[in-house]
Ligand binder design. Structure first.
Ligand code: HEC
Length: 420
């Protein structure tokens, strides 16, 4: 028994080949950073930072308002937010202070840079010596990035411009982009000689640093809120205000993947895992979601409320376990659909397909004349939704074991009964 409890307490992050969620924050996730050793840092609207090496994080508390950004730098972790402060962890010492919100962070070997809505950029030497402020730029600064050698700093702001600063002199040396709308995010890739930026009007562009030529990946969604480059620089992920993630293949310059990542609200934060195998996203839900890159195509899993399969195996029959593993991430059993990707299964037996008034079904399911019962649900997962109701929004998924299907159906019979 003790062994079992210990085993549950020490559940590590799942194998990277699976979709997983990190849950525990009490508010939207605004920033994500990953360290070379695999740690994940999440910055949240709930004023805290979570440091994750498993399902239970170490919490860093101290900010007095939302935390917008977090960055690993050697052994230290820096964070900044709506309380105008830059803090260093562990400990949470205030190492810097602006006159407005800090919304972006970058770190080099020698400095941490802060992008603030007070219109300036703070340059904070990591050795604790006197800081310097670049600007004022005349409007809020949203994002900062160091060149790899730390000698130059790029900044992007509300005025739609991208500036280059000389870190030693503190002078602006170049104005790279003048976009008519605010630029929210930026990724600098000097190895391949380009800079990507995402703007309030939905523009996503990649600019050649020598020729100034731009590739345009703008879709109809806006604003762009998050950008991330994978470690081998072959994929650029773009998160937007409508909850989608577009992944651009930067070798062939095409859209490799474009999928709805959150059920509601924007994608505020994106980061690739240190090994490049996963993409992590944060948004309005109180969880961080992580998709394995390799399976993005067939997985297309929408983020939803937490899976509940951490119950002890000996307290859970096979049918319930089937449901917990394979359905609960998208379906609730309560009268309310609880913001999940699929409709609640409460009262499903005897119900016409596509019948819930407050759920937006695909036309296919809405127009079908299926009535859900033991046989039809069995057929759904024996054949797979892609064969049984081609064109529905249900993910491709078969349950090949007849016993597993019948256990699942027996569990659903009990758990979805209207009197529950
Ligand atoms: C990744 C999300 C996801 C998973 C996992 C999932 N479903 Fe669904 N399910 C959906 C969506 C989305 C719909 C609505 C489909 C549509 O509108 O075309 C749906 C619809 C259904 C319906 C029809 C509901 C209705 O009101 O007509 C049933 C029954 C169902 N799912 C059962 C299951 C069962 C049982 C499992 C587990 C074995 C499961 N689903 C796993 C997303 C999911």
């Amino acid at each position: 028994m003790l062994r079992l409890v210990l085993a549950l307490a020490l559940i590590p992050l799942p194998a990277w080949s699976e979709f997983f969620t990190l849950k525990g924050h009490g508010g939207p996730i605004m920033g994500i950073a990953t360290a070379p050793d695999g740690r994940i840092a999440t910055a949240s609207f709930d004023n805290s930072i979570g440091i994750w090496t498993g399902q239970t994080p170490e919490w860093f508390e101290g900010h007095e308002a939302a935390v917008n950004s977090v960055a690993f730098n050697g052994t230290a972790i820096y964070s900044a937010g709506d309380d105008f402060t830059l803090r260093r962890w562990p400990g949470g010492d205030v190492v810097g202070q602006h006159k407005g919100k800090i919304v972006g962070l970058a770190a080099s070997k020698t400095h941490v840079a802060t992008a603030s809505w007070d219109g300036t950029i703070g340059l904070w030497p990591v050795d604790g010596s006197e800081p310097e402020f670049l600007g004022p730029t005349g409007s809020g600064v949203n994002a900062v990035e160091f060149s790899p050698d730390g000698s130059q700093l790029y900044s992007a702001g509300v005025d739609g411009s991208i500036r280059i600063w000389d870190v030693t002199s503190g002078q602006e040396t170049n104005r790279l982009v003048e976009h008519g709308f605010g630029i929210n995010e930026m990724v600098l890739n000097t190895q391949d000689n380009w800079l990507a930026y995402g703007a309030v009007d939905g523009v996503t562009r990649i600019r050649d640093l020598t020729t100034g030529q731009e590739r345009d990946f703008t879709l109809e969604r806006r604003p762009i809120l998050a950008l991330a480059l994978n470690p081998d620089r072959s994929l650029l992920a773009v998160g937007d205000g409508e909850g989608y993630i577009m992944v651009i293949d930067t070798v062939n310059w095409r859209i490799a993947q474009d999928f709805r990542a959150t059920l509601r609200g924007p994608v505020w934060a994106l980061a690739f895992s240190a090994d490049g195998q996963n993409i992590h996203a944060g948004g309005i839900d109180e969880a961080m979601y992580s998709w394995p890159i390799a399976n993005l195509r067939d997985q297309e899993q929408m983020a939803a409320a937490e899976p509940s399969f951490l119950k002890k195996p000996d307290q859970m029959g096979n049918g319930e376990r089937q449901f917990a593993r394979k359905c609960s991430i998208c379906h609730s059993l309560t009268p309310d659909s609880q913001r999940r990707a699929g409709p609640t299964l409460h009262g499903i037996f005897g119900r016409n397909a596509g019948a819930l008034p407050d759920y937006l079904y695909s036309d296919t399911l809405q127009d079908s004349d299926i009535i859900w019962n033991e046989e039809t649900i069995n057929a759904l997962f024996d054949e797979g939704p892609d064969h049984y109701i081609p064109g529905s929004k249900m993910p491709m998924q078969r349950i090949t074991g007849a016993q597993d299907r019948s256990d699942l159906i027996a569990f659903l019979r009990r758990a979805t009964a209207p009197e529950n």
